[in-house]
Design a protein around this ligand. Sequence first.
Ligand code: 5GP
Length: 198
Amino acid sequence: MKLLEERINTDGNVLNENVLKVDSFLNHQIDPQLMNEIGKEFSRLFQKDSITKIVTIESSGIAPAVMTGLHMNVPVVFARKRKSATLIDDLLTAKVHSFTKNETHDLSISKQYITENDRVLIIDDFLANGQASLALVKMAEQANAVVTGIGIVIEKSFQPGADLLKQEGYRVESLARISSLSNGEVKFLNQEAEELIK
Ligand code: 5GP
């Protein structure tokens, strides 16, 4: 998605060769216009899949997920990372370890909101090692729902997550695919291909 790549080029901050910071439009301040375009694009990509529910993880997945839900006209559920006083039993659960933040969370979603009748689209902001997406897949499958695909805003293709999810048989659609963050510079997969052709 060209608009997203341009935005990453102008506003993204390469923290190190593994981590990209996009706090000005996705992870802290949020650009609603860009989120709207992202939602429209995910909706277009997965329109034939008869999706009944979008599932994401708090907090950074919520903005792109809600916009996708708006365009697909389906509800959005987010997995909570912390135990909630009102969310006590009848839970779908999974553990997720974030290598970026070096934290482990016990995720939970109420069984009320994902059922065996659901066809689920998983949405997240970043794909790195694939642990967050896999945890969401596990929770949807605990409910016997069908996972029809995974939509990612920014995929770091040089990390193993995308291959792992595809090997497990899931369709992964990423709107920006980064091939490298070396030397403080963002390189996109398609850009690498263009340079090879030159
Ligand atoms: P994974 O589970 O695929 O290793 O990592 C995905 C999660 O880690 C995302 O939900 C995202 O919050 C966080 N994450 C991974 N890599 C990055 C990154 O380069 N930048 C930011 N801002 N978040 C990341």
